[in-house]
Structures are given as C-alpha cells and as structure tokens.
Design a protein around this ligand. Sequence first.
Ligand code: NAD
Ligand code: DAU
Length: 351
Amino acid sequence: MKLLVTGGAGFIGSNFVRYVLRELPGWKLVNLDKLTYAGNLENLKGMEGHPDYRFVRGDVANRKLVDEIFSEERFDVVLNFAAETHVDRSILDPSPFLTTNVQGTQVLLEAARKYKVGRFLQISTDEVYGSLGREGTFTEGSPLLPNSPYAASKAAADLLCRAYYKTYGLPVVITRSSNNYGPYQFPEKLIPLMTLNALEGRPLPVYGRGENVRDWLYVEDNCRAIALVLEKGKDGEVYNIAGGEERRNIEVVERICELVAERTGKDEREVKALITFVEDRPGHDFRYALTCEKVRDLGWSPEVTFDFGLERTVDWYIANREWVERVRSGEYMKYYDKVYGPRGVSWSQEP
Ligand code: NAD
Ligand code: DAU
C-alpha cells in the first residue's frame, strides 16, 4: 500500500503518520504538508530516516506540484488531513480556509481521479452538521448546517467529495470526528491553551459562561478508526467518529486546573482563580454529539477514557516544554493578542 497523507505535520496527521509506521508495517507513506504555523516537523521527530516515509513540503492547492507528486508516486490511497482548522482564525479571516480546505481538496480529488487512486479518504468534522441543543445527536444522514467559515469550508469539501463519487465514480470515503485532544496539538486549541496558560499563570479565557459542550476523542482512538475506515469502509459512505465523552468547557478547564495544581504543587484555588469569562465566540456552536454506529459496526470503539486521556495530555505538555517553545513562535503571540486582546486578555500582560 502506498499512501499519500496530506497535512501529516499537523496534530492528527502526525499522530496518524506515527501510527501507520508503528502499526502497519509495509505501508509506504508520503507526507505532503505546506508547514503553515500549525505544521511542525518537530511533531515527526525520529521518523525522518524511516525507509517507508518521505516528506514533501508543498501546498495541496498547487495543482502543478500535486500532479507531479501523483505522477511520480502512483498512490493506492490518499488521506486528506491538510486544512486550516481553527474556528477563531476563520472568524478573523476566512480566505485561507477556502483556498486550502475547498480548492485544495478539489485539486487532490482531481489528481486522484486522473491517476485512478483506489481510495480517497477525506478527514472531515462534526462541525459540518452545525449545532445541537441539550438533547439529541447527529447521524451521518443529518443535514449539513455549518455555522463558522471553517465549518462551511469543510462542508463544501465534503460536498465536492460526494460529487466526485457520484459523477466520476471516484472511491471516496469521509470520516467526521468530534473534538480530538492529545499530544502535539497546536496550543491555540482549548485543551493545550488552557494547560499551558495554567502552567504559566496566565488568565484562562473561557468563552461565554463555559456552558458549551464538546464530545472529546483521544487522537490515537481517531487514528485507529481512520485506519479501519480506510481498510473496511464502503465507497461513498460517511463515518462519524466520537469518544462519547461529552463535557461542558468549564468542566474541562476546571479539571485541567486540578491536574496542573496536582502535578506542580501549585495551590488549586490559585490556579482556578485564573479562569476568566470573556466575550463569547461569534456564532459559537452550543453542543456537538455523534451517533457512531457505522464505525462501531466495522469493529471500532474508543479505548481511552477522557479522564485518563486528559491526564496523559496534561503530562505530555508538562514534559514537552521545549516543543511548546519551538511551535509557539512570534506569530502565535500576535494571533493571541488579536483574538483575546479585544476580550481584555493579552499575551504581553505579565503572568
Ligand atoms: P492542524 O491545524 O493541527 O494541522 C493541519 C496541517 O495541515 C498542518 O500540518 C498544516 O501545515 C497543513 N496544511 C495547512 N494548509 C495546507 C496546505 N494548503 N497544503 C498542505 N498542507 C497544509 O489540524 P488537525 O487538528 O490535525 O486537523 C487535521 C484534519 O482533521 C483537518 O482536516 C481538520 O478539519 C480535521 N478535524 C480535526 C479535528 C480536531 O479536533 N483537531 C476534529 C475533526 C476533524
Ligand atoms: O468538533 C471538531 C472540531 O473541533 C474540529 O473540526 C476543529 O478543527 C477543532 O478546532 C475543534 O473545534 P472547536 O471550535 O470545538 O475547538 P476549540 O479548541 O477551538 O474550542 C473548544 C471549545 O472551547 C469551544 O466551545 C470554544 C471554547 N474555547 C476555546 C478556546 C480556544 C474557549 O472557551 N476559550 C478558548 O480560548
């Protein structure tokens, strides 16, 4: 099997690359990644010399480059992880989301069609379904009602995948997962941001009252599910993947405070006092929850509980401060001030 993995230097992509090279001997893998602020070769340290692995720096929206790679490598399968992924950034500027997530996906679909790839797996998200109230879950048949520019760009990509399956018979499969967490997640997302801020004594900016609910999935459980769908999923189908671990944001942040206090010997009340309720995210989806019968029928179930996975994740960020320093460049600080500055929390303010 020869795989093209796009976005393999990001959070889920790098965990997937490591998973394949560890668990699936004989699978050869090319990682095509633009190395945006979110893509870091640090995430793949130790993989560089692996005989089944090759890295190519490049943009999935670059038609010429993508065609060259497909012509040279003759892939059996493509897994498209590459994307602009952060909702808050999509609110600041939707443009790169359209270029990478929509155009980039179309460029890859076209190359897959031209070079007769045996399977195209699109990595999508539960955000395409929009938002739930306190009750109910989304199934794979739920309508697509995206609310943020990020979610809209992912929904558009899903629809292009569907069109390539229906029109050209391209063997496309889509996975839609809930919120992933675990090692190597860029510190703009809730869990690493709160963990690092708590460790550094910075304010913990919780949107609204922290009542929004996310269903957390440990990244390695997602990688196992993706590999299974790749092997056993049916062409033209969508597979939801979730941990079944719904938590209100405030519960997650409070638990992170407890773990940080426990691990560092800091006073728990002092760490919790860093929680700062700030102006809500515009269009903030209230709740996501998924029915995952289809992937369960393939033989998958999550193995890592949220309680255990969160401990492991907090410990990983404590043990990998050098990684944190390297990935949090000057760009991160500028971004931080743009998003949180107007909410009264800035990077430059003394911890
Ligand atoms: P990430 O932001 O950590 O990584 C994205 C990667 O894509 C980076 O390595 C980046 O350099 C690369 N990339 C961006 N634009 C590119 C381009 N034009 N060409 C080539 N590479 C490019 O993202 P993630 O959290 O690992 O998410 C991976 C995929 O999973 C995305 O498609 C995302 O929509 C989806 N997803 C993520 C979650 C989650 O909770 N993180 C949940 C559901 C679905
Ligand atoms: O559901 C899957 C999606 O999960 C993926 O498709 C996205 O790529 C990924 O970024 C994630 O989106 P969310 O918007 O749910 O994740 P984020 O970590 O940004 O926020 C999680 C929740 O925490 C959300 O309700 C907003 C809230 N939040 C987030 C940040 C960064 C805060 O209250 N404060 C913050 O500073």
